[in-house]
Design a protein around this ligand. Sequence first.
Ligand SMILES: Nc1ncnc2c1ncn2[C@@H]1O[C@H](COP(=O)(O)OP(=O)(O)OP(=O)(O)O)[C@@H](O)[C@H]1O
Ligand SMILES: O=P(O)(O)OC[C@H]1O[C@](O)(CO)[C@@H](O)[C@@H]1O
Ligand SMILES: [Mg+2]
Length: 532
Amino acid sequence: MEASISLIGSTPKPNLSSLISPSSSVVLHPRLPLPALRLKKVSAFPRISHRNRLIRAQCSDGLRPEEDDGFVLEDVPHLTTFLPDLPSYPNPLKESQAYAIVKRTFVSSEDVVAQNIVVQKGSKRGVHFRRAGPRERVYFRSDEVKACIVTCGGLCPGINTVIREIVCGLNSMYGVSNILGIQGGYKGFYSKNTITLTPKVVNDIHKRGGTFLQTSRGGHDTAKIVDNIQDRGINQVYIIGGDGTQKGAEKIYQEVERRGLQVAVSGIPKTIDNDIAVIDKSFGFDTAVEEAQRAINAAHVEVESVENGVGIVKLMGRYSGFIAMIATLANRDVDCCLIPESPFYLEGKGGLFEFVEQRLKENSHMVIVIAEGAGQDYVAQSMRASETKDASGNRLLLDVGLWLTQQIKDHFTNVRKMTINMKYIDPTYMIRAIPSNASDNVYCTLLAQSAVHGAMAGYSGFTVGPVNSRHAYIPISRVTEVTNTVKLTDRMWARLLASTNQPSFLTGEGALKNVIDMETQDKIDNMKISSI
Ligand SMILES: Nc1ncnc2c1ncn2[C@@H]1O[C@H](COP(=O)(O)OP(=O)(O)OP(=O)(O)O)[C@@H](O)[C@H]1O
Ligand SMILES: O=P(O)(O)OC[C@H]1O[C@](O)(CO)[C@@H](O)[C@@H]1O
Ligand SMILES: [Mg+2]
């Protein structure tokens, strides 16, 4: 059967045809050079969600589901898309001692990573991403590369490891020695001096927390940044940061393409909140969960040593309660976990006050873990909410930890006439500021090396990250269009409820329906397989 292909984006170019198996119908996104098969150009979709565009693409191709194995490649841009005459060179890794006995040094263009690995007999093959790794040909000569690295947004364990491994990877694998550090985040492109990064300069930065290059929020001025990239002759840009940073990276890529520059833009997702879609997990998350154990354990020791001890530990998580959820599951001494995705209430039947009292009666102590973004609307009812934002436009949160501490104290002292011993611990910045642990260090190394291979291979406008444990190149827009959140309807939250035996707070009329409605909408937009 002849393959039927829908192409979204600019005019196709004749190479890289091998991805197409004769029986597949393939949707190439956003631009894959022309395979030697029948092509149908799909024009002008409304710029709605990436996912919807793909669905539309398949429908417009007139494919009936029965004839279609549903293979979809969400491809990343390549420099040859807008610079068709760019020369390529044999990858210097061919000569590398490190890869001398590796059976398959290079990743084939046919290697893709499936987004969905839980399938049923007869399921569509679904969305795939290009597998990350070195390619047979590179689009930069080593002595021509001028790379830069920038770190933006909040801190996260492991940033320094990523910086180190980009520098060392470029140098040892590709012989690149011209690498600049942009200081202080995006605004550093146009307002600060750069620093020269060599393997020697970055040699032991991975042992320290924070970012060697400093970071900032706000200050993303695309035109000024790309002017600066152009003026300095930079041709590889490595951008380490969270969802906001990746949105900025996408804008930089678009401007680079508009100007027709030979610049590879690579995003490396960083967020302690684990709120980036598509990837399995963000680096530093495991380290954060591990460090959170120390705070939870301290709270438990304190409250178990007194009568009616109530410990509250506040953890980070602006919109996503992953750290709180996984830290709770890991710990066993937590009686109740509160996250932004799961609304809770204090008073009445099934409320938090009732549960605290019950646990105090049973055990004489209890520990609550609360994510900083939990119950914000609730807090706003009793505090004067100011709609203040940080320099990047993120809403500044009200301190739910202090608020909850006060509410519980007031309730038991004034209403229940009980003496309780309250211990409130806020370890948020301590958790974020530490160096990464061993497994995160390995993860950061893989991310950095994958980013370097992708840039050298001429990909641009991509984010790198593990999808079902295999590192992949993902279009940046795909990871920024939705926020990864804890799905209350998935099993992981149920596991937590089963482990703590806490109330689900879903007894209010319509509460469960609201959650399901919200998540259904989310799932339509976001095909992420959320699992940790
Ligand atoms: N929509 C956007 N377009 C362009 N740049 C953006 C956008 N959103 C944020 N940025 C820029 O990205 C940088 C970091 O953004 P932000 O402070 O939101 O942190 P982040 O990358 O989301 O990391 P985290 O939230 O994990 O700390 C800032 O310099 C900000 O100006
Ligand atoms: O105080 P800062 O540095 O703006 O960072 C706080 C925010 O950063 C995050 O850790 C995300 O990086 C959020 O969880 C938190 O709200
Ligand atoms: Mg963010």
